[in-house]
Design a protein around this ligand. Structure first.
Ligand code: UTP
Length: 303
């Protein structure tokens, strides 16, 4: 900021993880999709680590059915730790303590899966009247990207809310929330103004090929709007509908900007994207990449 006192900076993260995960049945019949392992870590741990890396120390997870496994994963397991200590297996001990060392994680339960907007509304009391980040628990952004930090900076500078957009092929657009945007005056960068949003439009009605992905930095004004938001598409309270109101309106907390992201992102709730995440992240790893990459080449050659 070049003038006056700086706007408050988001320092809390809200991670909705209460969806039904129907696209991944039957694996998600008794287990949240956020617990599916991506290589050897549940998807949700990457997301919590990303929040922490962006300086968000206070994490609130919105859980639903089968929340036990999510809570347990971030809790200590003294008996297992003791066994590994006795064996002198400090490598594995470090691995299991990584999740516990991610800091204080709070949990609140969304009793009915009434939609992402409703899940975010469950965070109202915990968040208070400050800007806050929302990271979808099944959306992975490669750890080399600094998208979330960038979004927090933009929100602090411009106020209102900030969403993340990604170009997707027209034929896939109807699976996403889609944004109508206008360039910012004098800017050629990755930040645009959002003028409208529509959830999962038919491809020929989509206002652009810019899809909303699972990172948001929101003004607390979103809670007031969500409280008045009627169920929309799929009879769910849609976060996209509340953002549309914030994008159209004016005044304190209104206005929506977007950071257009061109890095790597995976939707681990979608089977194909999940498989791609596992293969790409495993190929990148020092312990698995050297074995996996040549095998993958031979396998692909034989297809
Ligand atoms: P999705 O749109 O992927 O829906 O949710 P879903 O129900 O989880 O999965 P499918 O489509 O049936 O396979 C996007 C994010 O919002 C959370 C999900 O956990 C996911 O992180 N969510 C969704 C909630 O927390 N509560 C809800 O009521 C709906």
């Amino acid at each position: 900021m070049t003038h006056g006192s700086p706007n408050p900076r988001a320092n809390k993260a809200v991670i909705p993880a209460a969806g039904m995960g129907t696209r991944f049945l039957p694996a998600t019949k008794a287990m949240p999709k956020e617990m599916l392992p991506v290589v050897d870590m549940p998807a949700i741990q990457y997301v919590v680590a990303e929040a922490k890396a962006a300086g968000l120390d206070d994490v609130l997870m919105i859980t639903g059915r089968s929340k036990r496994s999510l809570e347990d994963h971030f809790d200590r397991v003294p008996a297992l730790e003791h066994t590994l200590e006795l064996k002198g297996d400090f490598g594995k001990l470090d691995k299991i303590q990584e999740a516990t060392n991610l800091g204080n994680i709070h949990f609140v339960r969304q009793n009915d899966a009434l939609g992402l907007g409703h899940a975010v509304l469950c965070a109202k009391q915990h968040v208070g009247r400050e800007p806050f980040a929302v990271l979808l628990g099944d959306d992975l952004i490669n750890e080399r990207e600094d998208l979330l930090e960038r979004m927090i900076d933009v929100q602090q500078e411009k106020g209102g809310s900030v969403i993340a957009l990604m170009e997707v092929p027209r034929e896939n657009i109807s699976a996403y929330g889609v944004a109508e945007v206008s360039a910012l005056e004098g800017s050629t960068g990755d930040v645009v103004r959002v003028t409208g949003l529509v959830e999962k439009p038919d491809a020929d009605l989509a206002p652009s090929n810019l899809a909303v992905i699972g990172r948001y930095v929101l003004s607390p004004a979103v809670f007031d709007v969500l409280e008045r938001t009627e169920p929309g598409r799929g009879n769910e309270i849609q976060l996209t509908d509340a953002l549309q109101v914030l994008a159209e309106g004016e005044g304190e907390g209104f206005g929506v900007h977007a950071v257009v992201f061109s890095g790597k992102r995976y939707d681990t709730g979608d089977k194909l994207s999940y498989l791609q995440a596992v293969i790409e992240l495993a190929c990148d790893r020092d312990d698995l990449g050297p074995g996996l990459r040549p095998w993958l080449k031979d396998f692909a050659d034989a297809l």
